[in-house]
Design a protein around this ligand. Sequence first.
Ligand SMILES: [Zn+2]
Length: 336
Amino acid sequence: MGYSKQIYQRVWDILDGRKQAAREEASRHREEIHHKIPRIAELERQMAQQAARITRIVVAGSPDVEAKMQELAETNLGVQQERVALLIQHGYPRDYLTLRHVCTDCRDTGYVEQNMCPCMKALLRQEAAAQLSRVSPVGSSTFQSFSLDYYPDTPDDSGISPRVRMQDVLSTCRHWTGTFSSKSESLLLIGKTGLGKTHLSVAMAAEITLAGYGVIYTSVQRMMDMLEAEKFSRESGSKEQYRDTMVAYLDCDLLVLDDLGTEFMNQFVGATLFNILNSRLVEERPTIISTNLEPAEIEARYSQRMVSRLVCAYKVLRFAGKDIRYQKKVEGIRQS
Ligand SMILES: [Zn+2]
């Protein structure tokens, strides 16, 4: 897996933090229970004393070691059962005194035997994505703050009003987010400037980030600037840097690219962009693209194969209405 040392280090720190938190929680619970249910503290003391006594017998080379071990195991089992019964009787969950790991498969070590645990792979994707993402998960662009009031409710030539169309777009975005998986369908948000494409793509990216996925939200221009600078840099380590950045764009659970079509175009940009989008389609990783360009304009600017990928493999959401940023500005002037 092509992630940098720094990203591995951060993930190890997170796992260490989780282990530490589990130990601290268990010791807090222990103190609380010993205080509230003194019988449990007494049972544990007896248990420890008996274990010490049996250890002495074993060390002394007593002939009936096996019988003593059997006795210890039985007492142990009896204590466990009484302890669980007492916990439940006092309204606590049965596992209240056991270490509770975030991931029970690897016990927050990141590995199950020799294999990397899926939880660690997810953390690597999240950390790599967070480094390249431009929005924090908390912002003002949420589903709740998306108002349909700005969209005209008079039917257009097709007989449907922009408000009804946008109602449909909004509920599609909400449903897509609510049922998101790392194999979800990709989305192409098409429409003129100021119709809420960025608002909804930020809302989706934020909710999916909060759900624990590795999400990169960026503009096409910014992604290309970064890749181009690293690709053609002569500084030492830039090759590795380029490879790590590329892996992050290719492997993140969700890549959100704002404003396709406004980036500075050259051969590197055209080829790299096609590569990233095509690889993600082949790997079935979801991408959200927003653009002011119509399919014919995408074809003219990029290529026929680019437009065929985007229009055929992506779910197209068409935004309708009048420029909302402009409407809000006019409203602001009227109110002031
Ligand atoms: Zn795990």
